[in-house]
Design a protein around this ligand. Sequence first.
Ligand code: ADP
Ligand code: MG
Length: 238
Amino acid sequence: MGSISLQSVEKWFGDLQVIKGIDLDIHDGEFIVFVGPSGCGKSTLLRMIGGLEETSRGKLLLDGKDVTDQPPHQRGLSMVFQSYALYPHMSVRDNMGFSLKTAGAPKSEIDDKVNNAAAILKLEPYLDRRPKALSGGQRQRVAIGRSIVRDPTAFLFDEPLSNLDAALRVEMRYEIAKLHRALKATMIYVTHDQVEAMTLADRIVVLEFGTIAQVGTPKELYERPANLFVAQFIGSPA
Ligand code: ADP
Ligand code: MG
């Protein structure tokens, strides 16, 4: 289960309101992409869902349960960022299993989950290497693997590919689409890359200064943009 509901959600930093009353229902298993220009509130909204930012007003429900005031580790979500600090002194296997180990999981369970994640991400040949012996794309896969082992109800990605070069970004985009098909988990993915948004999303949420300009399938946004802002952002003729 991984439905997520935002109800009149607001975020204020002091006197500055950066999220201005957002309502959104995300279905279990859906791939949702937040797009919009820099500073429009994508990361803030994602961090609020993950519990890394407090919600100033409104409610956040996971599977119908109010989690607005719940700390991040109780929400059962996993976040993947563009900077994926791996532990340099640990093998890939230990990096991927670390959170389970600190949670006290038995070794057999850790091994099973790490092996399973490694198979999905094609990391099996690299499990005994240190991060510095991996390419950028492989390191990002390890970062994703770290989140898979925890069986999250939803994945939250904040521009996870923006530090990779163009060719690798395309390759990893396919990997993430495959991952979504394999896990059938809810994914919320932040990007400012229109192509990434159009190819990955079941539905795209276009954000404009802390409000939703439009929500729809890539096709709907392309064919029937709600306004000039969406049209320009999605890149269709207005
Ligand atoms: P995006 O991810 O879309 O680029 P952000 O969510 O990072 O946008 O930021 C939205 C707005 O909130 C920006 O104006 C940013 O400067 C502001 N902001 C983000 N975090 C903080 C913070 N901790 N304190 C004050 N302002 C912040
Ligand atoms: Mg951001």
